[in-house]
Design a protein around this ligand. Structure first.
Ligand code: F6P
Length: 342
């Protein structure tokens, strides 16, 4: 059996741990051979491969990023994309593909399997934790840890200058990172994409939290938007790689707070720091288990399925179940946190 492995979409701490788990078990227990595909779906599309075996996965457990590289290439949009992938897999004598990715990458895997008979097993990945059908994705815990540490640090500088500090965290469609890091870091206001915010209300909360020696922290997810300010925040323009640009809700909000409350405000945009570097112990644990279970799914011929965390068990679900609908923050959960505002 020859197994191809690819990592697609935004990088995420724990990708290397998945690769290592699958390769080690595949080689040592099942005597499988592996082929690494470079840069997500671009690899099988262009037959760009790298050797993948025990030597390649040695020492990569604590390393961030992905040894295979990543991209957001979508073969369904490429000319003869499906045919080229099928031909290239046949040429490389690859019998099955382990596809590690988020909504877009896995969406392609689901279609390749369901409509074109390619043997794919999916592994869910995103720091945003917004994939359905799994309780958690690896990378999320690391991102929350990084954001929480940043918030802790910002508390002391906010207090020293009596400034409002607005911290913009990742989360284009879902506010999981904002919610978890905001709660863990003792933020005074948390704003998420799932619920439009009222700027006047935010300013009231900010004003009411000022004490003689305390200045508030506002955590805002990059995809959050004010009730009436859509056009201000998202112009929908694409960068040169075709990705939608998000235009700085944190900076916009800090300016509004300063203008409306008269309190000095600053913004920190955490950006890709949240995706880089070594994975947390939890993410290494989860990613390794995903890798071990993914190779077992290959052994069982259980294709079109994705490994997922349910409670403490790793289960298999149809890949399409994970990509059909994003997992967003439940309004009740968000309301629960609101007790700390104001
Ligand atoms: O999906 C993960 C994520 O980090 C989002 O939180 C963020 O909006 C997006 O990727 C950024 O993508 P890129 O690295 O392509 O700018």
């Amino acid at each position: 059996m020859r197994v191809g492995v690819l990592t697609g979409g935004g990088d995420c701490p724990g990708l290397n741990a998945v690769i290592r788990g699958a390769v080690r078990k595949g080689v040592q227990e099942y005597a499988y051979e592996f082929v690494g595909y470079r840069d997500g779906w671009r690899g099988p599309l262009e037959n760009d491969t790298v050797p993948l075996g025990i030597p390649a996965v040695r020492g990569i457990l604590p390393r961030g990023g992905t040894i295979l590289g990543s991209s957001r290439t979508n073969p369904l949009k490429a000319e003869n994309g499906i045919r080229r992938i099928k031909d290239n897999l046949a040429k490389a004598e690859v019998d099955a593909l382990i596809v590690i990715g988020g909504e877009d990458t896995l969406g392609v895997a689901a279609r390749l399997h369901d409509e074109y008979g390619v043997n794919c097993v999916g592994v869910p990945k995103t720091i945003d934790n917004d994939l359905s059908a799994t309780d958690y994705t690896f990378g999320f815990d690391t991102a929350v840890g990084i954001a929480t540490e940043a918030i802790d640090r910002l508390h002391t500088t906010a207090e020293s200058h009596m400034r409002v500090l607005v911290v913009e965290v990742m989360g284009r469609h879902a506010g999981w990172i904002a919610l978890h890091s905001g709660l863990a870091g003792g933020a005074n206001v948390i704003l998420i994409p799932e619920q439009r915010f009222d700027v006047s209300q935010v300013c009231e909360w900010v004003t009411s939290r000022f004490r003689a020696t305390y200045a508030p922290i506002v955590v805002v997810a990059e995809g959050a938007a004010p009730q009436d300010g859509d056009a201000v925040l998202k112009d929908g323009s694409l960068d040169s790689f075709g990705h939608v640009r998000l235009s700085g809700v944190g900076e916009w909000l800090a300016n509004e707070i300063e203008r409306r409350t008269g309190k000095e405000a600053r913004t920190t945009v955490l950006g890709h720091v949240q995706r880089g570097g070594t994975p947390s112990a939890f993410d290494r644990w989860l990613a390794t288990r995903f890798g071990l279970h993914a190779i077992d799914a290959v052994r069982d011929g259980d294709f079109g399925r994705m490994v997922a965390l349910k409670g403490t068990d790793i289960v298999r679900v149809p890949i399409a179940e994970a990509t059909a609908k994003l997992k967003t923050v439940d309004p009740e959960l968000y309301a629960e946190v609101g007790v700390f505002f104001g």
